[in-house]
Design a protein around this ligand. Sequence first.
Ligand SMILES: [Zn+2]
Ligand SMILES: [Zn+2]
Length: 414
Amino acid sequence: MPGLAAGVKEGQFPLEEAIKDISWKELGDRQLCGSCVGRLAGHLGHGMSNKERGAILRPALELQEPERCWLCDGLVTEVDKFVALVLKSLEGWEWRSFLIGSRIAPDVAAREEELWTAVGSAHAEPLKTEINREVGKRIESLAGRPAEFEHPDVVALIDTAFDVVQLQVTSLFIYGRYRKLVRGIPQTKWPCRRCQGKGCEHCGGKGKMYESSVEEVIAKVVMEQSGGTGHALHGLGREDIDARMLGRGRPFIVEILNPRRRSIDLVKVEIAVNSSSTVEVSDLRFTNRKEVVALKDRTCDKTYRILIRLSSPIDEEKVKRGIASLLASPVAQRTPIRVSHRRADKVRERWIKGIEMTMLEGPLLELVIRAEAGSYVKELVHGDQGRTEPSLAGVLGIPCDVLELDVLEVHDGE
Ligand SMILES: [Zn+2]
Ligand SMILES: [Zn+2]
């Protein structure tokens, strides 16, 4: 085999296959650098660089070494420059894994396409892949941190036409369970619909409809540590604003956008959040976007505590019989009036799986209800003007008012 480059092991590269399968004569007068020659056979021969492939192919095909490469015009020699640009863009960000992407200059990409059409692309590797890999390998060894395809902390996009790097910083995701100890705050930040957050008369200049939210209490602490630019809270469902979330709490994932720092002290986060009088968190751990999707897709039973005012005293045995009838068949619930402005109007059937009752002075009634995912329990009590059937008010024959609602358990199986 002629002209092996130093360090290339003979026999590693299937030269005959590379000569036979690629229409080299169609190269015409397009003169290519070593890497661009080798890349046409980039999927042949393992563990070698395209430059090394080119060094085997060029003498075998009697190709000249050009002054200028028709295809890349020197782009493959600019890896060091791209590495420096990427490292510069990463300054000031904490990252433990990365991924390199690139946008190849359009004129170069067009020539690559033309070349593939002419000589065939069965074994060819795209230039983009080579740039990504070569820059990635250099960053790995310089920074001592791995390239990561699934969930990189940062993605550096190299634009080879303008020599700029665009950095995409992956959000920081923290999973946990929250307890909402007070009524009257929503799960997520609720911007004012009239002013979209700018502040107006409607919202008293605050830009939002509620002073605080579960999201804001938790995110404030994480934002301080991470230096992020924004946040979101993804919950496994949500409770009403006027309901507390008690028991073991509700699973959530807080997302911090563009975090400068990622090594957050979760113990400190827990202590700081739990020193608030409104929200408590537990079970904190780091996670990723994939689990957000899984969390949003999950549904599970919930157990509620409901305090009800009965409009008139009623015999306990009659209440017991009424409750038994609520458990006997699924409850048909037409989309409640209170949410009908944002949800499609339809009737759905849900099972009520268990009810424990306690009669109190007043006359008040306390129920602990386990209900299938998606049940509207307030409507189960008052009947929603006949839109929920059967309902407690319906089976008792008297109006029933919900005074208090707490979620005692989200049965997520953990
Ligand atoms: Zn080239
Ligand atoms: Zn407003």
